[in-house]
Ligand binder design. Structure first.
Ligand code: GNR
Ligand code: NI
Length: 167
């Protein structure tokens, strides 16, 4: 199975708002499989289709220590959220950059699984952070956009310098 190339911030394609999946067929299941493989290989704890330049509402997440709790969420919707937590976040689209972001402590998310069955996940802590981080990607938002303009400018400069070195 192919690994998918991941878009890097500030690629304007990361700003695309993803469209709902209309029909969960083999092409969607293949996309989810390829995204999961790409996430595990990276390694990361989540990946949104937006990051692999597919603008459909599909997310894969595995925030378990054992890397055996894959969640595939299609058309996820935030049903409830409460509390506040601050977590140091990173993003596969913003390599080498980590900073604190404020998020809800607990969320309830409704979604369709790869069989098209309605599911609900209630999460707190890191899984709740990851769900919010991935749902942001589907709205065209990257975590650094929660930071100050000054930090965003510095991050763009640092990433531009990195890509000159690695080019
Ligand atoms: O791998 C990832 N780690 C992470 C750590 C803290 C908060 C969020 C994340 S998600 C990130 C993978 C990614 O970029 N998903 O979009
Ligand atoms: Ni990310």
């Amino acid at each position: 199975m192919p690994l998918l190339p991941i878009l890097r911030f500030p690629d304007p394609r990361l700003k695309t708002v993803a469209a709902p999946v209309e029909k969960i067929d083999d092409s969607i299941r293949r996309l989810a499989r390829d995204m999961a493989e790409t996430m595990y290989e990276a390694p990361g704890i989540g990946l949104a289709a937006t990051q692999v330049d597919v603008h459909l509402r599909v997310i894969v997440i595995d925030s378990s220590e054992t890397r055996d709790q894959l969640l595939v969420l299609i058309n996820p919707e935030l049903e409830a959220s409460e509390g506040v937590q601050v977590c140091e976040e990173g993003c596969l689209s913003v390599p080498g950059i980590f900073d604190k972001v404020e998020r809800a402590q607990r969320v309830v998310v409704r979604y369709l699984d790869v069989q098209g069955k309605r599911q609900t996940v209630a999460a707190e802590g890191l899984l709740a952070v990851c769900l919010q981080h991935e749902m942001d990607h589907l709205e065209g938002r990257v975590f650094v956009e929660h930071l100050s303009q000054l930090k965003q400018t510095r991050i763009k400069a640092k990433l531009a310098k990195q890509s000159r070195i690695t080019a």
